[in-house]
Design a protein around this ligand. Structure first.
Ligand SMILES: NC(=O)c1ccc[n+]([C@@H]2O[C@H](COP(=O)([O-])OP(=O)(O)OC[C@H]3O[C@@H](n4cnc5c(N)ncnc54)[C@H](OP(=O)(O)O)[C@@H]3O)[C@@H](O)[C@H]2O)c1
Length: 266
């Protein structure tokens, strides 16, 4: 085991795309600070990566929905003298439901996890990167950011924040030698949501549903090549162009047919 002196910090590293981000960075000789709220999975990740690669894995069990979690993560790294060269804001949650009937604390959590914590992590680690004139920031948005949909009325707009914020941050950081990239995946085969009635094998066959390893590696390549945006999959790239020009009444019709058997109240 060798401390290469350069660290990548990945939020939501304990599963899915985050797990593969962490491994992709280990393959590039980065030691990692793996953050999530699942200590057992983080331990598994540490054991696996330290066995396979000559790096250090620091695990940090933290609920990133909490108000001061970005500051706590930053203070932890500062105290341990971990120089974070790569920041990946990946942690996320997903649920279906109307904005006004969703559990209050769950609604608040998604805002904290997708907006406040990633923006403040960029603020805190970005300033250090700026001083060093070197750094890499990858923020994970979603294809759901492209257009607002009912029943994911909190998820989509929080991901739209990440997309827009990342675009603006990229321009600011460009003059300080920092790469900033936004990853916009379509459906990915992880535990983020229950795919329920969706036919996963068919979605995979059509190239709509990607595996998390492919998505993570695409994101890391785009980050180091300094691309503004990474949308894994040709079909997803096409869908992202198509969605904004889709008339919104189509969404209204689909919503009404699936959820209500009546006309909206005037
Ligand atoms: N899967 C998709 O179809 C898809 C599509 C577009 C974008 N994305 C985005 O990709 C990112 C990764 O998602 P994924 O598909 O890899 O799902 P995932 O396997 O559920 O990974 C999400 C990660 O975030 C962590 N996390 C959740 N809540 C947290 C909290 N309060 N504090 C700290 N960590 C927390 C999770 O830990 P736990 O073990 O607690 O869950 C997990 O490690 C998310 O931002 C998601 O919105 C996913």
């Amino acid at each position: 085991m060798e401390n290469t002196g350069k660290y990548a910090l990945i939020t939501g590293a304990s599963s899915g795309i985050g797990w593969h981000f962490t491994e992709a960075l280990a393959q590039r000789d980065y030691s990692v600070v793996a953050v999530s709220n699942q200590p057992a999975q983080l331990d598994d990740l540490k054991k696996r990566l330290e066995k396979l690669y000559r790096i250090i894995v620091v695990t940090l069990n933290m609920d990133l929905t909490q108000e001061n979690s970005a500051q706590k993560v930053f203070d932890y790294c500062k105290e341990k003298n971990l120089i974070v060269e790569v920041l990946i804001n990946n942690a996320g949650i997903f649920f279906f439901g109307e904005a006004v009937t969703v559990d209050y604390s769950l609604g608040k959590s998604i805002l904290g996890l997708h907006i406040i914590t990633p923006a403040m992590l960029c603020r805190l680690f970005g300033e250090q990167m700026m001083k060093r004139q070197r750094g890499f920031i990858l923020n994970v948005s979603s294809i759901a950011a492209v257009m607002p949909y009912p029943c994911i009325s909190l998820y989509g707009p929080t991901k739209a924040f990440l997309r827009n914020f990342t675009r603006a941050l990229r321009t600011e950081m460009k003059y300080h030698g920092i790469n900033v990239t936004c990853l916009i995946p379509g459906p990915v085969d992880t535990e983020l949501y229950d795919a329920g009635n969706f036919n996963k094998p068919l979605l995979r066959k059509l190239g709509i549903m990607k595996n998390p390893e492919t998505v993570a590696h695409a994101g890391i390549r785009a980050l180091f090549k300094n691309h503004a945006v990474c949308i894994p999959g040709l079909l997803n790239q096409f869908i992202i162009l198509l969605l904004p020009v889709l008339p919104y009444f189509i969404i209204n019709i689909i919503y009404r047919r699936n959820f209500f058997d009546r006309e909206p109240k005037e």
